[in-house]
Design a protein around this ligand. Sequence first.
Ligand code: NAD
Ligand code: TDX
Length: 339
Amino acid sequence: MTIIVTGGAGFIGSNFIFHMRNAHPEYRIVCLDKLTYAGNLSTLAEVMDKPGFRFVKADICDRESVFALFAEERPDMVVNFAAESHVDRSIEDPGIFLKTNILGTQVLMDACREYGVARYHQVSTDEVYGDLPLDRPDLLFTEETPIRTSSPYSASKASADLLVMAYHRTFGLPATISRCSNNYGPFHFPEKLIPLMIINALADKPLPVYGQGLNVRDWLYVEDHCRAIDLILHKGRPGEVYNIGGNNEKRNIDIVKTIVRELGKPESLITFVADRKGHDLRYAIDATKIGTELGWQPETGFDEGIRKTIRWYLDHEDWWRTIISGEYQNYYAKMYGNR
Ligand code: NAD
Ligand code: TDX
């Protein structure tokens, strides 16, 4: 069994590679990644020279390179994590989101068709459903919830999902889609809420909470997401969408207060800053389908998961210090300088 994992040098893709090597040590895993600002080879250090693993630096939009890799590897399955993934960046510069997230998906699916790949899995997001009101806790996203996107990022992910369904129906591509809620855990890039707050708090820097911090996200420990994708690959039905979520809704302000408390830092570090444009109010996933059909349930509760995550950042300072030492400083100044 050979699986091509795109975007495997990023947060969830790398965790997925580690999961698959544990769960299926006999599989060959080929990671295809462009190594954008979000991709780091140091993340894959522990598997880099191991048998059964290969890293290839390439862009999923580069048809020639992608087809050449498929011709060489003849993969049985492809899992596409490669994407521009940060909402704030998509508000600054949407173009690259459309290119990578939509056209890159097309290239991968064309290669799957050409080489008769048995399963293409698209890693999507709950953000394709738009948002839910804060005062209706009874409402959740199901797989039937209409697509209604808010940001250029979510619009690009939704476009890719529509294309995947079109390739399934028109060409019979054996494709599945998963739509997961917010992940957290090791190797999360420090532009995202949880790692950014951990790293700023450790340096006693201001903790920039957008608006009043009342927006709600449904947090899932990354390993639970990886297990769900593994199950969908092996037991999911082609043409189906599976929601994945943690049943763990939290307001941003409560997440930040938890981090501050765990690190023994003062709440006075919390700074309310200008809100994100078009900021989605609340995400909440109904994961009944994957529970009933495939027997998946989240295993790591939030209290345990956030402690493990904070511990990981304390123990892996080299990893994040390298990341925040370069271009990240320009990004931070641009995004937060006048906020
Ligand atoms: P990430 O930004 O940490 O990693 C993305 C990876 O893709 C990086 O290694 C990057 O180098 C690579 N990449 C980017 N453009 C590429 C290209 N053109 N060709 C090849 N590689 C490219 O992202 P993440 O948080 O790990 O998210 C992975 C996937 O999961 C994305 O598709 C995202 O939409 C989805 N998702 C993320 C979350 C979350 O909470 N982080 C939740 C649901 C879904
Ligand atoms: O500095 C910050 N301050 C703040 O208040 C940052 C970076 C974020 N926030 C808020 C915005 C959101 O309400 O925290 C919440 C979480 O923000 P992000 O970490 O940027 O995640 P989100 O926008 O919810 O999107 C994430 O989940 C869905 C991932 O980045 C996406 O890739 C995934 O599809």
